[in-house]
Design a protein around this ligand. Structure first.
Ligand code: XMP
Length: 520
């Protein structure tokens, strides 16, 4: 499934910069659709009428390593405005007859750029000042400008920090306007899109919603679609989008593996079946999962058992619905882009992630992936536009294997019961203290050790509960959240006093790396 080919956009040609995704996000935040294509994949024939401007990203290459990058020079002759950023700026100059050489002083970090002349690109960028602070990260720089190029601004080390060729609508910046450290950087991007490319806003959550509903209807026609619903943000948004687009032709399957958070199954059924009136098949597979997990303490084995059984059960129920042609998945844009430096995952090498998305290959179904052009924050906004509650949209992530990986060692009914309670009290306390949304992810875990305590006049010998709360951008790196002592005291008291089976609470203060977010 692809977005309407007629949707006007800014094309971002990726040369491997760690910031390419940020460029795409900035353009979209400004209300214009943008797409990233790797320089290795882009062909001249891919440039169609919907592209209204091109951004050349930065990258680790050197313009003279011609065999290492591919870029068809003819793309510059299509009469489209071009903005080159860092390496993109250097390649734009080089291909137009300029020169690039290694800088005497490599510039990394903040630098000042000084205004030399007016330009559409810098309208309202400098304000009433002569200079602005920008973020640089380069070893090479343009040393001679091509014909018809003019200097718009310079830094101490880069004479050609901002340049333009007004006739051709070529613009180059040596620094990174897409990063927040560049003061007013978004203004430069906004000027490029609106004043130079003259593109109209077309990318609000409402636009996306209408466009995606249209796309889904066109793709699916009168056929049936199945979707694995986990209650997490991505699968909830996919399900609700399809619900709006095709109504009862959508069949959602929600599998309760017995390892969900307290009351989760009740909330999912309540929200999706009762409130949103979806075709929801609720499968209670608690016993089946727990039977398979009995006597399995190994983290990887737990993960594999849960992942495989999930697929088996999903297939079993999906087959009961006759004539299904499509499977809906919550694939997101960062999963698709080749350069995954910003959000790309390496975690899968450390743990075998079970994703509700990675479903049955043998079923021979076509895929519907309506979120595959969206970033996570866009998915959240789309969810709100689709009338999903803020509670669903801003939930902390929850792993596919659920509580199984928050309970090192053997999984027993008793432990699950205790853990569900502890987690519930912790999350509830975060919400009551207005902390839930300041934290990226939080949970309680039950450690497989018992320690001695004293309650009243009696000795206790019970489990150890570990609390984890982290801040993060994307789950790839994380830091622990610093609670006030009063909060820690009150949650520890609450857990120990309310839950039989726990007599001690500890707080995990490791970051990721070297630790991971989950325990297993
Ligand atoms: P780790 O523990 O690898 O977790 O630092 C990073 C993020 O991924 C989530 N996670 C999973 N999500 N299936 C998922 O859908 C999984 O198997 C899985 N394992 C970990 C974890 O909760 C955190 O947000």
């Amino acid at each position: 499934m692809s977005l309407d080919q007629n949707l006007n956009k800014i094309l971002i040609i990726d040369f491997g910069s760690q910031f390419t995704q940020l460029i795409a996000r900035r353009v979209r935040e400004l209300g214009v659709f943008s797409e990233i294509v790797s320089h290795k994949k882009l062909k001249l024939k891919d440039i169609n009428h919907s592209i209204k401007g091109i951004v050349l990203s930065g990258g680790p290459l050197n313009v003279y390593q011609i065999n290492k990058y591919s870029f068809d020079k003819k793309i510059l002759q299509l009469d489209l405005p071009v903005l080159g950023i860092c390496f993109g700026h250097q390649i734009l100059s080089k291909l137009n007859g300029g020169r690039v050489k290694q800088s005497k002083h490599r510039e990394f970090g903040l630098a000042n750029v000084y205004k030399k002349k007016n330009s559409l690109l810098t309208s309202n960028f400098f304000g009433n000042k002569k200079s602005k602070q920008v973020w640089m990260s380069h070893a090479d720089q343009v040393s001679k400008l091509p014909k018809n190029f003019k200097v718009v601004a310079s830094s101490t080390n880069s004479k050609f920090a901002i340049v333009e060729n007004k006739i051709k609508k070529y613009y180059g910046v040596q620094f990174h306007p897409e990063v927040t450290h560049t003061e007013n950087g978004k203004k430069l991007i906004s000027n490029f899109i609106f004043l130079i490319c003259k593109i109209k806003r077309n990318w609000s959550p409402k636009d996306q919603k209408n466009q995606l509903i249209k796309d889904v209807r066109k793709l699916v026609g009168n056929n049936k679609v199945i979707c694995a619903l986990s209650g997490g943000v991505d699968s909830s948004v996919v399900a609700q989008l399809l619900n709006k687009a095709i109504g009862k032709k959508l069949y959602c399957i929600f599998v309760n593996n017995g390892l969900l958070r307290k009351n989760e199954e009740v909330q999912v059924v309540q929200t999706f079946k009762k409130r949103l009136k979806m075709n929801l098949i609720y499968v209670n597979a608690e016993k089946e999962f727990l039977k398979k997990l009995k006597n399995v303490p190994d983290p990887e084995k737990k993960r594999k058992i849960i992942g495989n059984l999930f697929i088996k059960i999903f297939e079993r129920y999906a087959k009961k619905i006759k004539n299904v042609k499509f499977l809906a998945q919550g694939t997101l844009y960062p999963d698709l882009i080749e350069s995954k430096s910003v959000t790309g995952s390496q975690t899968s090498k450390i743990k075998s992630h079970h994703n509700v998305g990675g479903l049955p290959k043998k079923m021979n179904l076509k895929l519907v992936e309506p979120l595959k052009f969206l970033f996570k924050d866009e998915v959240r906004k789309l969810g709100l536009a689709l009338n999903l509650s803020k509670e669903i949209i801003s939930r902390h992530p929850f792993p596919g294997p659920g509580l199984a990986i928050r309970m090192p060692g053997l999984i027993t009914n008793d432990k699950i019961k205790i853990l569900k309670e502890a987690d519930y009290y912790f999350i509830q306390a975060l919400k009551d203290h207005g902390l839930y949304h300041k934290i990226w992810q939080a949970y309680a875990a039950l450690l497989p050790v018992k320690t001695v305590g004293v309650m009243g006049d009696n000795r206790t010998y019970e489990y150890l509960c570990l609390l984890r709360a982290i801040t993060s951008e994307d789950g790839m790196t994380a830091d622990y959240y610093e609670f006030k002592k009063s909060f820690m005291q009150s949650i520890s008291n609450k857990i120990v006093n309310s839950i039989k089976g726990i007599n001690r609470v500890v707080y995990d203060v490791t970051s990721k790396p070297p630790s991971t977010i989950e325990l297993e």
